[in-house]
Design a protein around this ligand. Structure first.
Ligand code: NAD
Length: 260
């Protein structure tokens, strides 16, 4: 599956899952914009890709900032010639039981996952519709788009919400050849997850090893983490698929943790 001639914007691509998706897209021929709060990190990823012969740029973007998103997408279109693929991936995790969750933390998480998905979608759709060449929008959901866990109320609410957003984009975008889908990974060992292991150990009063075995991987078929490459392969499939046949869908890649 090739992405030659396509331009992809990946948010939160200075690290973890987004970074690997940017690398895989570049290896398959796409020009890639790495959009992240962390400008130095985004530029470092872009430099690595350029050194490997790809076309890539790093740009500063806080996905919760309307102006930053609109201006950032305009800049990508100007520098790379358009935007064909959006991977709305930027995210954070905050764990706490509901009765202790601060409203500020709730709003912070919802803003990045939900408002960020809306703002980046709107900005990219405007360009995709005007250009008339269709497009692919991919949301980074989670098994937590389908299933709940303790301590993660806003994350689970937000990740479920992305499936609704993808379905609306699928319906509205169809006339313009724009498809929207959601990837729902199980646990992947990125900085986002590494941070949660000691936090959950403290909250539940168990060891870090027990958090991994008894909570994170307990319901997988083989006790394995999902890998960056597993998720990037799904992102490539959704980006490269050619027709509206595959739209409004969510795919779970989780070693069988969640089976639908
Ligand atoms: P990560 O912490 O490695 O990377 C997240 C990136 O998002 C960072 O580069 C960070 O700077 C960026 N970011 C944070 N806030 C931002 C903002 N406001 N604007 C722009 N960029 C911002 O995390 P990851 O594990 O790679 O997570 C990426 C996505 O995958 C998230 O949406 C997460 O919820 C989802 N996800 C992760 C896992 C997992 O196990 N790691 C599983 C399922 C889903």
């Amino acid at each position: 599956m090739r992405l030659d001639g396509k331009v992809a914007m990946v948010t939160g691509a200075a690290s973890g899952i987004g970074k690997r998706i940017a690398e895989v897209y570049a290896q398959h021929g796409a020009a890639v914009a790495i959009a992240d709060l962390n400008l130095a990190g985004a530029q470092a990823v872009a430099s690595e890709l350029v050194a490997q012969g790809a076309q890539a740029i790093g740009i500063a973007m806080d996905v919760t900032d309307e102006r930053a998103v609109d201006d950032g997408v305009d800049a990508i279109v100007e520098r790379l010639g358009g935007v064909d693929i959006l991977v709305s991936n930027a995210g954070i995790q905050i764990v706490n039981p509901l009765e202790k969750f601060s409203y500020a933390d709730w709003k912070k998480l919802m803003a990045i996952h939900v408002d960020g998905a809306f703002l980046t979608t709107r900005a990219c759709l405007r360009h995709m519709y005007a250009r008339g060449k269709g497009g692919a929008i991919i949301y980074m959901g989670s098994v937590h788009s389908k299933e709940a866990s303790k301590l993660k109320a806003p994350y689970i609410t937000a990740k479920h919400g992305l499936i609704g957003l993808a379905k609306v984009v699928a319906k509205e975008g169809a006339a313009y050849g724009v498809r929207a889908n959601v990837i729902c990974p199980g646990f992947v060992r990125t900085p986002l997850v590494e941070k949660q292991i000691p936090e959950q150990a403290k909250e539940f009063g168990i060891s870090a090893d027990e958090v991994v075995k008894k909570i994170m991987l307990k319901d997988t078929v083989d006790g394995e983490f999902t890998t960056l490459d597993d998720v990037a392969a799904c992102a490539l499939f959704f980006a490269g698929f050619q027709t509206n046949a595959l739209t409004g869908q969510s795919i779970v890649v989780s070693h069988g943790w969640y089976m639908q």
